[in-house]
Write a protein that binds this ligand. Structure first.
Ligand SMILES: [Zn+2]
Length: 145
């Protein structure tokens, strides 16, 4: 992966390389189309976002587990005013909390495929990955309606 070309403060995507983050496997899994997170082997707690230490027992015996790729909109909003520099072209973009199946995990994410006005709490959404344009990959959810 090449270094991000944007100034750091305008770079909204995490650094994904194993030299830059200890959760690099998460991004490797994204590249393979998998949505994963960490689970503690000691107490079976599932974390979001992925961790390097269990927030419950502070142990570090964590394993990677797949999360459901489908979920429901738990809450959502639209980015209308006060967008940060570099995101001016994204006015109207939808962000939301997605509840993933029965996993107990809720993920904050961009929501694609439907306008804010046409979305409802409980609408089905599906995980997808996308190329950030500089060699990195990230995730978002797309409306299934
Ligand atoms: Zn634990």
């Amino acid at each position: 992966m090449s270094a991000p070309s944007k100034p750091y403060l305008l770079d909204f995507y995490p650094l994904e390389d194993e030299k830059q983050t200890r959760i690099a496997p998460f991004f490797a899994h994204l590249r393979a189309g998998r949505l994963t997170t960490t689970k503690c082997e000691a107490d079976s707690s599932v974390h979001w976002p992925p961790r390097v230490t269990c927030p419950l027992c502070h142990g570090n015996r964590l394993v990677w587990v797949d999360l459901p790729k489908e979920g429901k909109l738990y809450a959502f909003s639209a980015l209308v005013l006060g967008l940060p520099m570099g995101m001016e072209g994204d006015a109207g973009a939808v962000v939301g909390m997605v509840e993933l199946g029965n996993s107990g995990v809720r993920i904050f994410s961009r929501i694609r495929g439907r306008k804010y006005e046409d979305l409802r709490v409980g609408d089905p959404v599906e995980f997808e990955t996308y190329d950030t344009g500089d060699g990195r990959v990230f995730y978002r959810f797309v409306s299934k309606l």
